[in-house]
Design a protein around this ligand. Structure first.
Ligand code: AMP
Ligand code: ZN
Length: 122
């Protein structure tokens, strides 16, 4: 737990969230300002500021974080298969557009059109 970290406080239940998943390592909840019909955030329970802090020792839990993406996407309304799918985004640092300093994976999906924030021109 890092002092004054919004997502640490959400993990601890000090700030309410719409939880969609929790296990020993991860906590997932709905984004408060969704950019698409499905917009989830998945965070590690331990505080990590961003992907810039990551090293080889983090490979295993980062891999497990990734494997949650297809599962949580489908459980929360993303369309399965090649016509469906979802987007995974990890904004990193100020220039990467990161606003909350606790590493988080966006899972964004559902029928289009989406908000332009989530759907830059391909
Ligand atoms: P990023 O720009 O990658 O740091 O994304 C931060 C995300 O956190 C944004 O999509 C916000 O809408 C979302 N967010 C901020 N505060 C909350 C909150 N209290 N509960 C859920 N999502 C939040
Ligand atoms: Zn934190």
């Amino acid at each position: 737990m890092s002092d004054n970290c919004l997502f640490c406080k959400i993990v601890e239940g000090q700030i309410p969230s719409k939880k969609v998943y929790e296990d020993d390592e991860f906590f997932a909840f709905q984004d408060i300002n969704p950019a698409a019909p499905v917009h989830l955030l998945v965070v590690p329970k331990h505080h990590v500021t961003s992907l810039q802090e990551i090293s080889e020792q983090d490979a295993a839990w980062l891999g497990r974080l990734m494997t949650l993406a297809p599962r949580l996407a489908q459980e929360n309304g993303c369309t399965p298969g090649p016509e469906g799918g979802f987007r995974v985004v990890i904004n990193t640092g100020a220039e990467g557009g990161q606003e909350v300093g606790h590493l988080h994976m966006h899972i964004i999906g559902g029928p289009r059109p989406w908000d332009k924030r989530a759907a830059p021109a391909a």
